[in-house]
Every structure is written in structure tokens, then in C-alpha cells.
Design a binder for this molecule. Structure first.
Ligand code: CIR
Length: 260
């Protein structure tokens, strides 16, 4: 068990391909521009490197429009990696392609075999426990299978609820540091962060809640000036990464990498 679960030495990312234009989305506000998405993705990867991690970049995965959101396919823990079983049928096939990339990097590789589903966008490892939000993508059967695996590694798992209409649990929250969570007010109101220090995202900037703390830096999507000012005022080192294209298909900072 580590309390500094925001410290990382490595990350895995996958470059978006031309098919990213057709990625899944809850509300259609237009297709992302794959060329611009690639350019923004390159800035994201460069910022991860600035934060001090070694990044393994995988090539685009043909036939999978959402494959750049590698986070959803695997949960990385100090003991090993657990391959997920996405609840979105079009994303199930992404998992197999991640195994050969991840296996050499982890001591152990485990697998959610089903029939349940879990996407790691619904999982927040705070260092002291693993919070899993039930959602349209993550169900009780999947969480039960996950719990068996992580309990074997000595982790406590707590089941919580992803707010209705929100894609993933981590769409609405992030780990800012040891014992400190950034959350939307709608999620914080559920009481799931009792015992943590909670920083609430300013109203109207809810989409800023999905950020990543990587060593001394916070990577957050650009365009949320009040959240940026709030976090800088609290003493965090913040880097804004342009994310307009992934945002069109419901993707944020955490989805774009697997960190360990
Ligand atoms: C999806 O709907 O699966 C993708 N378009 C977005 C996935 C975002 N992933 C995440 O929040 N962890």
C-alpha cells in the first residue's frame, strides 16, 4: 500500500488514428478533427514527459475509434496490472491489444473474465483504497470479480455510485495529492469522499474535474480558468493541455494514459 499513488515513473499512451472522428459520445456536438487531436495528444505526451515519466507510445489501433483512451482497458497497481472488460461493446476488443504492450512492464497480469464489466475510468486508486463507481459501463458483477483480485493483493475496495448521466466515476473526480480529491459538487454531495480533503470544482467548470496528478505536476484540460487559478492558489504546479478534440468524444486527461 502506498499513500503517494500520484507518483509515477512510467506511462503508456496510444496515438489517436483517423477513426477517432467516430468515437463514442453521449451528446453529439460534432466530430473531432483527427489531425488536431493528434497534435493535442502530442502535447499531452510531452507534458507527461515533463512530469518525469517514461512514456511508451503505442500506434493507433485500426478498427477502434476510442482506443486512445487506454486508461479504460487496464487498472495498474503496485502489485500488477488488471485487464478490464469494457461495458461498451465496441471497446471490448481493445483489451487484447494492450496485453502484449503491458505484460513486459508489470510483475503480474490479471484479467476480468466476465460476465461482468468494468472500465478503469470508473476506478480511483487513492493510495489508501480503491473506489469503484457503478455506471452504465461498470456493473456489480464486474466489480465483484475485481474485488477478488485486489483483495488478494491486500487492497480495500469500496463501491460507490457514478452520478447518473456521467460517463465514468473519474469524469467527476481526481486525486490531487495524498488524501486530497478534486470533485464536482454533484459527486461530493453523495458523501463518497468522507475522510478525504475535498476541493470542489467551480460551478460551470465541471469538465475540469478529470485531471491527473503526475509527480510534481497537474495536467488539466485547457479552458477552465477558475479551476486553474484555484489549484495554482493552493500551490499546485498546473499545466494546461489543449483537449478540445477528445472532449467532443467524452475523453479527458486521465483517459489518455495508463500511469504506473
Ligand atoms: C467512450 O465513450 O468510451 C470514449 N468516447 C471516452 C472514454 C473516456 N474515458 C474515460 O473517461 N476514462
Amino acid at each position: 500500500m502506498t499513500d503517494r499513488s500520484w507518483e509515477f515513473t512510467q506511462a503508456v499512451t496510444r496515438r489517436p488514428g483517423p477513426e477517432a472522428a467516430t468515437g463514442l459520445r453521449a451528446v453529439d456536438t460534432g466530430n473531432p478533427d483527427p489531425e488536431r487531436m493528434r497534435a493535442q495528444h502530442a502535447i499531452y505526451v510531452a507534458t507527461l514527459r515533463e512530469a518525469g515519466v517514461t512514456v511508451t507510445e503505442l500506434p493507433p489501433l485500426k478498427g477502434f475509434a476510442d482506443a486512445q483512451f487506454v486508461e479504460d482497458t487496464a487498472l495498474s497497481l503496485p502489485e500488477g496490472v488488471i485487464m478490464m472488460r469494457p461495458g461498451a461493446p465496441s471497446r471490448l476488443g481493445e483489451v487484447g491489444s494492450m496485453v502484449p504492450a503491458l505484460a513486459p512492464l508489470f510483475k503480474e497480469v490479471r484479467q476480468i473474465t466476465g460476465p461482468g464489466h468494468v472500465e478503469a475510468g470508473d476506478i480511483l486508486f487513492t493510495g489508501r483504497e480503491i473506489l469503484v463507481g457503478l455506471s452504465a459501463r461498470t456493473d456489480a458483477a464486474g466489480v465483484a470479480e475485481l474485488e477478488q483480485i485486489v483483495a488478494g493483493w491486500g487492497h480495500r475496495l469500496r463501491v460507490v455510485q457514478t452520478p447518473p448521466g456521467v460517463l465514468h466515476f473519474k469524469t467527476d473526480c481526481s486525486l490531487l495529492g495524498t488524501g486530497t480529491i478534486l470533485s464536482t459538487s454533484r459527486l461530493a454531495a453523495s458523501g463518497c469522499f468522507t475522510g478525504y480533503d475535498v476541493v470542489v470544482v467551480p460551478e460551470g467548470e465541471e469538465a475540469a474535474a478529470n485531471l491527473i496528478r503526475v509527480n510534481a505536476l497537474i495536467l488539466m484540460a485547457g479552458g477552465f480558468p477558475r479551476t486553474t487559478a484555484l489549484l495554482r492558489g493552493l500551490g499546485y504546479g498546473v499545466r494546461e493541455v489543449p483537449n478540445s478534440e477528445c472532449a467532443l468524444i467524452d475523453g479527458g486527461m486521465s483517459c489518455l494514459s495508463l500511469r504506473f
